[in-house]
Write a protein that binds this ligand. Sequence first.
Ligand SMILES: *Cc1c(COP(=O)(O)O)cnc(C)c1O
Length: 398
Amino acid sequence: MAGDVKPATRVVEAGRRVEWTGAVVNPPVWRASTHLYADSADLKRGRPNEDGHFYYGRRGTPTQWALADAITGLEPGAAGTVLYPSGVAAIAGALLAVLRPGDTLLVTDNAYEPTRTMATGLLGRFGVRARFFDPLDIAGYRAALKDGARCVMLESPGSLTMEVCDVPALAALAREHGAVSVIDNTWASPLGFAALAHGCDIAVMSLTKHVGGHSDLMMGSASAGEPWHGRLRQTAQALGHVVSPDDAALALRGLRTMAVRLERSTASALEIARWLEGRSEVARVLCPMLPGAPGHDLWTRDFTGGCGLLSFVLAERDEAARARLIDALRLFGIGYSWGGFESLAIPFDPAPIRTEGRWPPAGLAAEDRLGIRLSIGLEDAGDLVADLDRAFAAMEQE
Ligand SMILES: *Cc1c(COP(=O)(O)O)cnc(C)c1O
């Protein structure tokens, strides 16, 4: 595949090797556990432990390899990609590939909540010490690195509060101090942020979100250059991680339209962010694509695209008011996850979870603290604005 084509073209081309697709467009769903060998000599010869050499179903079939190869093709600097049964499994797979008992793991304070729980819970039980840092406080982060860390876990933007951190600076500092940087790049995907090219060692994504894109599958991935790709692979095999070929085929189908879906949901999210900014009920819009919003400068510097996920903080409203707003929405489902074709809304309140930094964010009053996160889908943006407009009116009717 030509390296000089644009990402939108790579999304269409990547992973479509003729040895996997044959004479059709998509690789067939290769359901298999067992390889049948021609004879004893063939069995004895074995198969190299790499994608492309069928050995046993747990090491994948052409359907999974095609998906992994396609993601590698989108991630500049990646030697390969390992697939996992969920995004959380991918985060676990990456951290377990890096950490040993006695190590310190630095975790960004805006991390996805299950990542926090994994760091203090599961990894804690195996002798890893977790420390949280404010992703916007580089001096504090540098001091934590000086105390010794084996690994840093980044996430930018944070998937609830949308802070964009200076990933190139944080990754470079990690490397300087001998720490491995892992980033949860689910929000931007490699189309919006080339994580490895910006200095991260391992880029993790929940494929459940933008890649699947249709709210009907769970999967995760981790991409890296060597030696990390090899270690990810070894660790995933030791843990017995494998994804279903049916799900891999669905994810690959989703991937082919990801660039246009992201373009559309980004444009709609920006339109909605602009509208929210003009509302007196809203204390702050958290959307890095929006000029003047927190993180916009770094987003403009480092990112090549956005997505439909944004949040806002209500001005001086209580939980009952927030519930009235959310319950009045007709075009937004109430539910976790995001990146599907359909819009979603959930309430969030990071204060009890986070340990560093501040919430409400700087510049807001203590009463401006209740968040709502929107995942903007592929509906007409004007219809979504009208739905929000009606819901804001319903919020004020006690
Ligand atoms: C959803 C999500 C995950 C976890 O992915 P699953 O596929 O649901 O396990 C990880 N990180 C972020 C930022 C997410 O939003």
